[in-house]
Design a binder for this molecule. Structure first.
Ligand code: PDD
Length: 280
């Protein structure tokens, strides 16, 4: 089964896909992306991903390339060609290839790319036992709500986590925990589910929105609130959310054990609700 790419209107095996060395995504990180996945062969919350893509595009001055229905068609076709029952669908749009100059080129054609790869679920042991995470200074810019391909601080933080034997790094800004390098953060503190508020300091995660709906639907106490790192260490429960991690319990932060060191009951219940929503 091949990994598939769609590059500027053409479908091809991923191994054959190419863009110019003068692509502004490559030279400046001048581009945006989305990562969606399938459940039961259907793209999950595609409209939400496309809305966020539009938000990112507008924020960096890129015009909208395709209508929602055209995107759906392209993504479904790429997925069908891959033959993978469950897949990760990556979209990237850059300002295209042009002679290197920081300001926007007068003439350039955006590079529009889709790649399809097999979805490999997280190891079940990690899910059952829970993850260890570390913290890292948030060295990102002031518009983390844009899903930009500029991911160097995320790359460095994630590598710091991996080198420390941890699964994820949590960004700390002004003493508050923002989110993971590639995931959003939730905690249960004094019986209340908490997550940092939407705004320029975090990515508005699609899984995050779904988890909030599930929590509110179950009438859980919930608040969007900045979480000081000291409070996170003392939390009853901590978990990450994201397209690939779904809802992942965290049992250690910076080597400190959270509660009794096992996935918490609210996290597990939300995960069960999540499974019911997502699995066909
Ligand atoms: N990352 N925060 C950051 C910084 C992220 O990069 C992501 C997703 C999330 C979770 O968003 P969502 O629930 O919409 O996947 C939060 C993707 C998976 C990635 O970069 O690969």
């Amino acid at each position: 089964m091949p990994n598939i790419a769609f590059v500027n209107g053409r479908f091809m095996p991923l191994a054959r896909a190419k863009v110019s060395v003068e692509d502004r995504g490559f030279q400046f990180g001048d581009g945006i992306y989305e990562l969606a996945r399938t459940y039961g062969g259907r793209i999950f919350h595609l409209q939400e991903h496309l809305e966020r893509l539009d938000h990112s595009a507008k924020a960096i001055g890129l015009s909208i390339v395709y209508s929602r229905s055209r995107w759906k068609e392209i993504l479904e076709k790429a997925h069908a060609q891959s033959g993978y029952p469950e897949a990760k669908l990556y979209i990237q749009i850059t300002r295209g290839a042009a002679p290197r100059d920081h300001s926007f080129p007068k003439k350039s054609r955006m590079s529009v790319i889709v790649t399809v790869r097999k979805l490999v679920p997280l190891p079940s042991e990690l899910r059952e036992k829970g993850a260890s995470v570390i913290t890292a200074a948030d060295l990102r810019w002031g518009r983390c709500d844009i899903k930009s391909v500029n991911l160097l601080p995320n790359v460095m933080a994630r590598q710091k986590a991996r080198s420390a034997g941890a699964f994820e790094a949590l960004f700390i800004r002004d003493g508050l925990v923002m989110e993971g390098a590639g995931s959003n953060l939730f905690a249960v503190i004094r019986g209340q589910i908490m997550t940092p508020p939407k705004g320029p300091a975090i990515l508005p995660g699609i899984t995050r929105d779904l988890v909030i709906d599930l929590a509110c639907g179950a009438r859980d106490a919930f608040v969007e609130k900045g979480i000081p790192l000291e409070e996170l260490y003392g939390a009853e429960e901590v978990f990450l959310t994201g397209t690939t991690v779904e809802i992942l319990p965290v049992v250690k932060v910076d080597g400190k054990t959270i509660s009794n060191g096992r996935p918490g009951k609210t996290t597990l219940r939300l995960y069960q609700q999540f499974l019911q929503t997502t699995r066909p």
